[in-house]
Design a binder for this molecule. Structure first.
Ligand code: CP
Length: 309
């Protein structure tokens, strides 16, 4: 693969390979001891057309830890605001001889469009409702480290599934790695025919939680509702909020996850988000290791190192 535009199209062994590669960076990243500057001399451009805290910063830290020259393009301060098209922006980044481009965009498919136009590897940092592959990889790595394995884990993903690229990438990765995936959402925020992705769908969160090993909560994505019925905050918390009482329905050692940003008191209570069973900060930490692995693996061919797959 020249690019990482999604989990879709990756074989289970390729996903496991990226997790293994990420695992090798966890300790070095924790101690900041990364003398291995294998991306030295390469230019990494992070082109973010949509807001981000975790993904942008962790891609920047990951690139810098590996010695790359990292530059960030924030759409709000760029010539996108003057009407430049996505393809013209992509051609401009290409002409600057970027060695790897990381893109976040509000439109599904925008990253693929750019990948087809440029000469270097492109990594998807989240495109519309489509995919957020590095998020799914960091979530899978967190589960694997905390639970010892992914196969056989009962994972409940609850929230605004209709608009969630995080849910889509996670469903693809976790089912590929043989987890039992349950999804839960109000019927208006449940994608039609989601069972075709190999998951079991619930609208009753209490039932979905029974015996869960991992509970992954998602926020309501108000910026993508396009007229969909949105329950009030109070109503949503009542039926779909993860409270301590609800968490008690899951397995006694169930892991709590959230990709962030969280809406505390809506989809997740603070008592749960800050609980000893919460892996939320560990997810962020794994994000740096996963992005180091992805940047390394995708630039191998350009560096004359054997690529992957
Ligand atoms: N999880 C995630 O993508 O967070 P950001 O939007 O802050 O990057």
């Amino acid at each position: 693969h020249r690019h990482l535009t999604g989990i879709d199209g990756l074989q289970p062994h390729e996903i496991a390979f990226l997790l293994d590669e990420a695992e090798t960076w966890v300790e070095a990243n924790r101690t900041h001891a990364t003398p291995d500057k294998r991306l030295a001399g390469l230019t990494q451009i992070n082109a973010f057309f949509e807001n981000s805290t975790r993904t942008l910063l962790s891609f920047e830290i990951a690139g810098k830890r590996l010695g790359a020259d990292v530059v960030n393009m924030h759409a709000a301060q760029s010539s996108v605001k003057k009407g430049e098209t996505l393809i013209d922006t992509a051609m401009t980044l290409n002409a600057m001889r970027a060695d790897v481009i990381v893109i976040r965009h509000m439109s599904s498919g925008a990253v693929r469009l750019i990948a087809d136009k440029v000469d270097c590897p492109v990594l998807n940092a989240g495109d519309g409702r489509h995919e957020h592959p590095t998020q799914a990889l960091l979530d899978a790595l967190t589960i694997r480290r905390r639970k010892g394995a992914i196969a056989g884990q009962r994972v409940v993903i609850c929230g605004d599934l209709l608009h969630s690229r995080v849910a889509r990438s996670n469903i693809l990765a976790l089912t590929a790695l043989a987890a039992e995936v349950r999804v839960c959402a109000p019927s208006t925020l449940m994608p039609p025919m989601i069972e075709r992705m190999g998951v079991t769908a619930f609208t009753d969160f209490d039932r979905a939680l029974e015996g869960a090993d991992v509970v992954m909560m998602l926020r309501l994505q108000n910026e993508r509702m396009d007229g969909a019925y949105v329950p009030s905050t109070r109503e949503y918390r009542l039926r779909y909020g993860l409270t301590l009482d609800r968490l008690a329905k899951a397995a006694p050692d169930a892991l709590v996850m959230h990709p962030g940003p969280m809406n505390r008191g809506v989809e997740i209570d603070s008592a749960v988000a800050d609980h000893a069973r919460s892996a939320i900060t560990e997810q962020v930490e794994m994000g740096v290791a996963v992005r180091m692995a992805c940047l390394d693996v995708l630039t191998r061919r350009a560096r004359g190192v054997e690529g992957w797959a």
